[in-house]
Design a protein around this ligand. Sequence first.
Ligand code: TLP
Length: 348
Amino acid sequence: MAVIDLRSDTVTEPTDEMREAMARAKVGDDVLGEDPTVRELETLAAEMLGKERGLFVPSGTMANLVAVMSHTQRGDEVLVEAEAHTYYYEVGSISAVAGVMPRPIPGRLGYIAPDQIRDAVRPPNVHFPIPRLLCLENTHNRAGGIPFSAQEMDAACVTAHEAGLAVHVDGARIFNAAVALGVPAGQLVRSADSVMFCVSKGLSAPVGSVLLGGTDFIELARRFRKMVGGGMRQAGVIAAAGVVALRTMVARLADDHANARRLAEGVARIPPLAVDLSRVRTNMVLVTINGPLTAPEVIERLKREGVLALPTGASTIRMVTHRHISGQNIDHALDAIRRTVATMATIR
Ligand code: TLP
């Protein structure tokens, strides 16, 4: 039985072109700043995102951590959306390692609006930590892959800057946002101080993320990357796949978005499952189960039918489309979901 893996776009494997580029990559010691392929990836990424410099790091989690460490001092306050990956899924690293105080702000479908930023930033007072940084996420994972426009991003950044905060963007899937909105990715982060994106998700490279920002910021981030053990040596071997990812994998994300829509529209017609179709804007589908079935039960049953998905709550399931999911796979997945729900309804 062919498995249809909708757990995440992180499961994508390198293309043949990536594997060839990896085999041929010119390498050097990147801790000494001598790996030409890492340099190439960092430079290309900086050009595409409109920032001065880039820093290749092993993961999105490390990119966010190193960004927070570079923007803050221990004890500072960091405004972060309450469902943001940095707050929800990164093992508490910004507290445990960076030593900052996260201030979770429930956003509107993942977006922290300017008025919320103004309300959250408290005037200087001996009792309060110093507010130093705002973290935004685009696309927003737990909101269902929602992209935020350049105007929305600018508005949040301007307000944060007026309040004396720097802005870091977790843009793990910033290219999904750019493709969905039909704008260059750089536009979405033009007002932000730093941004990270992952080559290891929908872009199909096997490993890595790039953190981008101004020259001084990246120099500091390079030190923190070393501190947390992210200094890699002949990392050109993996950066080579990232270069191919940026050159060849961005435009095709539109196919993943079309497949997500097709999946969402199908699932929305399978009660007791429901999908808010207005939220399906990129490559994610959040499925709500109305009724007694739990997400883990449905996921377990789907697995027996060869369809993999992840729970995002007791009665919510996330399905993610990516390069290994075809339109035909979507139709097969929908058949499997229909069968699963029908069987489970008779068991109850
Ligand atoms: N997200 C993963 C899981 O960790 C949930 C996924 O399957 O979606 N920022 C965002 C917005 C992310 O979605 C992720 C990964 C990261 C950061 C962390 O990237 P990695 O996994 O490279 O540390």
